[in-house]
Design a protein around this ligand. Sequence first.
Ligand code: MN
Length: 289
Amino acid sequence: MATVRKVKDIIEPIYVTEGAGVLLRRSLGTQRLNYLDPFLLFDHFGSRNPQDYLAGFPMHPHRGIETVTYVLDGLVDHKDSMGNAGTIGGGDVQWMTSGSGIIHEEMPKESDQGIMQGFQLWVNLPAKLKMTQPRYQEINSFEIPEVKNDDGVLVRVIAGEFEGVNGAINEIYADPEYLDVYLPAGTSFEQTITRGHTVFAYLFEGEGIFGGYETDSLEKVSTIQATQLIVLGGGDVVKVHTNQEPARFLLMSGKPLDEPIVRYGPFVMNTNEEIQHALEDIQNNTFVK
Ligand code: MN
């Protein structure tokens, strides 16, 4: 019998300043929740004040991870040590596999829509792929498949699969799922996720009821209001529904690595020696392989 994944933890994002002075809301990769294997970090940047984001993220390195940037509103210029350069804008996704090492820059531009908003997720790489060749995938908004139902439910399939529709991004080790889900008031959403995979939702607009009903008592679980990161527990099916208000959330899942991690800023490896090696590579100018 399919088991509904219930709410295990609710995390209120905290404000942090990153890069050269970008104000953002972090809900994963903090003291409260350091690691949700295989997810290392989750940031939400969003502001109507350019002073909160214009300083951006000038040239910085990464090793041992993948970073996934999803821009909702506004534009972000980027360039990297592999020779990629461009601008990602509303609805676009950049999936960057740092592997052995990449140095890049991510610079939000002043938005003429009045708002800059997006998300960055860090996905860990297993030991055997930490030093893999860097890879970069840029997906334009129009390339992201959308599932629209008659009741107004809209799901953008960034990675993984929803109702038989495959996402735009594939061949990622953690076998991740990344959905952007909009539920109008009075609708519901169901998604089966491989048992044993880690699942979380990031509710950034409206309110919703996560985890369905208690199987035995049919007791209703409480409504969660934006903005919160919701960790879902073990089981098979994710169930979300709305009552009077609509909801918009990201749903992420991935295969846990179950390996030791050592974090040092933008480097995430398995041992202290590997971190030391990354720092030496930076010093010796041998970081980019
Ligand atoms: Mn970066």
